[in-house]
Design a protein around this ligand. Structure first.
Ligand SMILES: C[S@@+](CC[C@H](N)C(=O)[O-])C[C@H]1O[C@@H](n2cnc3c(N)ncnc32)[C@H](O)[C@@H]1O
Length: 218
């Protein structure tokens, strides 16, 4: 692309070319996901992928051999040792390949993996159990595992726990996890989309009485 045509100075021109190249590489990555290509990423493509590493190794998954089998998911035992104490929870991970329609629907990043930030939060709260003790705990955007909220419910003595995400598939998966860890009586799960919840809160601030709680998606 000629800088003359765009009326760009030399440095702007170089930046423009860099951006175009980056955009092209991102589109190629997306195309590969949509066509379900199993080709390995090359180093340049790895670099533009937002997910640069998978774990800090604080909470570690082991595949559960004797868990329910279905082609779209697998069960893992997530474990963490802090000062010689072992913490474990069984977690269902979604393995399915998403269709183009699902990918352009509501944010699907929480169904891709358990992100390292969720792992850190789980570890931090297990290591600082007083933060949640006797408190009402609400996890927002917890993805397909709500790993931190699950560990809090199991080990940190909260007064109540509600696990949420805006993605219906994630929340359905979290319900399975809560059931398998025998916490159905104590832990609520629901779809909460932040813009919608914020609008309800604004209405309630305007004097209307509105209850904001996770709604159960059909
Ligand atoms: C990068 S994922 C992280 C998931 C999980 N916390 C983890 O670390 O494994 C971001 C999550 O935020 C949720 N999310 C994004 N925008 C949202 C919104 N506007 N309302 C509710 N949830 C949202 C997505 O559905 C997704 O599960």
């Amino acid at each position: 692309m000629a800088s003359k045509k765009l009326g760009l100075k030399k440095t702007e021109d170089t930046d423009e070319i860099k951006k175009t190249t980056m955009a092209q590489r991102r589109w190629r990555l997306l195309a590969r996901a949509l066509t379900h290509s199993s080709e390995q990423l090359n180093p340049a493509e790895e670099e533009i992928s937002v997910r640069r590493f998978t774990s800090f190794g604080l909470v570690n998954p082991t595949l559960l051999e004797n868990a329910p089998v279905d082609p779209e998911s697998s069960w893992y035992e997530y474990s963490c040792v802090i000062e010689n104490e072992l913490f474990i929870a069984q977690v269902r991970r979604i393995n399915k390949t998403f269709t183009a329609n699902e990918l352009i629907g509501f944010n699907n990043t929480g169904n891709v993996c358990v992100w390292p930030s969720e792992e850190c939060l789980a570890y931090y709260l297990l290591n600082n159990q007083n933060i949640c003790r006797d408190k009402i705990v609400l996890e927002l955007g917890g993805g397909m595992s709500c790993l931190a909220g699950v560990f809090v419910a199991k080990y940190c003595g909260p007064a109540g726990v509600t696990l949420t995400d805006g993605n219906v598939t994630s929340v359905d998966n979290v319900r399975c996890i809560v059931a398998r860890n025998n916490m159905e009586d104590f832990v609520k799960c629901g779809v909460v989309q932040w813009a919608r919840a914020a609008a309800l809160l604004r209405q309630s601030a305007n004097g209307n009485r509105v209850q904001v709680h996770p709604y159960i998606h059909p």
